[in-house]
Write a protein that binds this ligand. Structure first.
Ligand code: NAP
Length: 242
């Protein structure tokens, strides 16, 4: 491949690993961030920050910068940017490859209530449940609006509003240990864990702690991503590019 300039759509720890692997293999890497996190952990290589202005904006950027390929390493729940990336790469005539960690699957000892979206997750919680919300800060409003619910909302950065008094705010960045997750759930008398099926090892401890304490898990399943080659690890994606 004579042109070695690759655009990585980032915003995840996987994207940072991918950027490093690409650089090691001699690629020229630009990693793109949406700009929604105040203090993101930055990968090596070139960085750009902010939306592209939709699919057309991304297409223009790909053409202007002369990228050879687009590597999508966004979060499994970031559906819009992946759709834009897939379409824009197709229009620009360059390969679109996705880095996608496997979804979590329940073990026999688990009690999962699988739902399609946040709204269904709110509806799935029984009266007066004490929930541990681990779905970030953007989609917690529906839970807070239910007066009978209480518990803990955990996220990396502060939400732009105050939580009602029946909710505790925990600001923390993964990874977490199983023991710490178990203590958090026990201390706050959590009856339900609410999570997105993000997959990966970094945040899996909460599922292990819930299993050990027989706490039901309301699992928000992944949105559909574009029909394109998906690789389970950064080296596998790099090998395909090479
Ligand atoms: P989204 O709904 O798929 O995208 C919304 C808009 O944000 C996109 O249309 C695009 O704006 C911009 N955008 C998203 N990712 C971008 C990137 N890597 N570079 C430049 N612009 C980007 O995404 P989201 O769910 O809001 O997530 C935003 C970012 O946070 C993503 O990069 C994702 O990897 C990361 N993240 C998301 C979650 C989650 O649960 N959703 C969790 C952890 C990390 P324009 O249309 O203007 O180009």
């Amino acid at each position: 491949m004579p042109n070695k300039r690759i655009l990585v759509l980032g915003g995840t720890s996987d994207a940072n690993v991918l950027a490093m692997e690409l650089l090691k293999s001699g690629f020229d890497v630009v990693t793109s961030f949406a700009g929604v996190t105040e203090n993101p952990v930055l990968p090596e290589g070139e960085i750009r920050v902010g939306g592209f202005g939709g699919e057309d904006g991304l297409y223009d950027y790909l053409k202007a910068e002369g990228f050879a390929a687009l590597a999508d390493a966004t979060h499994p729940f970031a559906a819009q940017i992946s759709r834009h990336g897939f379409n824009a790469a197709e229009r620009a005539g360059i390969p679109y490859l996705r880095l996608e960690r496997s979804a979590w699957t329940p073990l026999p000892a688990d009690n999962w209530i699988s739902v399609q979206d946040t709204e269904a997750a709110v509806a799935a919680l029984p009266d007066a449940a004490r929930a541990l919300l681990t779905i970030g800060r953007k989609e917690i409003a529906g839970f807070l609006a239910r007066d009978d619910l209480s518990g803990v909302a955990r996220m990396i950065e502060k939400p732009p509003f105050e939580l009602p008094t029946n909710w505790a705010l925990v600001l923390a960045r993964p990874p977490f240990s199983v023991e710490a997750e178990r203590e958090l759930m026990a201390f706050h008398k959590i009856t339900h864990l609410v999570t997105k099926n993000a997959g990966g090892k970094l945040t899996v401890a909460k599922l292990m702690a819930a299993r050990a304490q027989r706490i039901p898990v309301v699992m928000i399943e992944r949105p559909q991503k574009p029909p394109a080659p998906a690789f389970g690890s950064a080296p596998a994606l790099v090998a395909a590019l090479v």
